[in-house]
Design a protein around this ligand. Sequence first.
Ligand code: GLC
Length: 486
Amino acid sequence: MNRSRLTLAAALLFTTSSLSYAQLEGSKADTTPTTHPIPAIQDSETAAQRDARMQWWREARFGMFIHWGLYSIPAGEWHGKRTDHIGEWIMNDLSIPVADYKAFAKDFNPTAFSAHDIVALAKAAGMKYIVITAKHHDGFAMFNSKVNDFNIVSATPFKRDPLKELAEECRKQGVKLGFYYSQSQDWTAPGGSAAVRADHNKDTGHWDAAQDGSFDEYLKTKSIPQIQELLENYKDYPVVVWFDTPMKTMTPERSAEVVKLLNHYPNLIWNNRLGGTFKGDTETPEQFIPPQGYPGRDWESCMTMNDTWGFKSFDTNFKSTEVLLRNLIDIASKGGNYLLNIGPDSKGNVPAPEIERLRQMGKWLTVNGEAIYGTKPTLFGAEAGSFSDTEKDKAGKPKFIPTWNWRSTTALDKIYVEIFNWPKGVFHLTNSPRGITGAYLLADPAHKPLKVTNSGTAVDIQLPATPLNPIATVLVLTTTTQTATR
Ligand code: GLC
């Protein structure tokens, strides 16, 4: 094992109607204990070991998801037909034959790809880690794989390994790197799983005879060996393995074969999408922010900036910097991480609206990062919103109605209040959980003290007439030292 680390992750049913993992997942963390054929690290480590293993990740708060692969060539459109679903699913959604899809490889020459620039962009955005699609459901490996030649080095004119280049840059620039790997779905390898669409085989999800075969054979000859390559060939990376769409094929026994490998890397962090009842380390709410986080579990909301993960040439529905930044703050206030996606095009260019938004977020974080990184969740709670008495969500439960006036994060001797909706005159807290000894605005270089008036547990802080930043201005309350939450 050529790594410096010490030597040494619910069977899901995908059906036509359930397109996204988010819909399948619900929003409640499953904390029922289970026994596994092979115990995973989470089954045996102590709470202290777990805290040590998760520490960097918990402090990081903000990461970059990269969905990049062959699907960036059709970019949402094939033979004049546009998909209205996420771009990386085009092969499945339009039932593109295997040979036709594989033929994209000979045209994949992303000469504009720059690992340096992408890592620098992540840094400029204030992101502490990157997770890139090493192999998505289409089965195309974005890395130098010796076990299967449908990969970027062997099958394209590009012949370079972007994961290796990213690993080098991440090392240089001090950003952590993780790999996404679709362990179960593989639409171009015989035996790989596939989500069922209307014209697909109802059992296998396949639409092309070239997809038929044994899942065990696929697991043994492609999925597991490629996961092993990813774990072994990039020195101190990956620090995260991000599994996806386990499907019913990932039984506890099959998933345990993957766990055997993962167990060799005791610092590794992996998500809750391996399958086989392995819960992994992290809950992965997709395209939503859980109203109250997941008490007792680490979690990471993964989200797109527009409406697709993989590049689609005609998706220009970008969220504003204001929405993205407030999402990050909202997530931090609930104790989670934000994994925000970019989808480079087939030349390797990151779309300009994504670059622009990330840079703007980074500017805010440069000044206000202290209120985000390494902080603990809010000591309040009601500021995030409340559950409706009348409206129901998709699951039939009371709908959460967020309010966007302010959020709060916590340090040992400080309470940060990220104010979205600037109040006139004073910021009022009816019930302060700690004694407030002083206040200032984080973006004020002089940290000029603001007038604090305590009356019982209520506090008023005198604010200037206008906010320092219209998206979010951080009010810092210095407090009597307390042990932080969590
Ligand atoms: C999904 C989709 C996928 C995307 C992922 C990101 O479940 O299948 O295309 O990569 O979510 O969370």
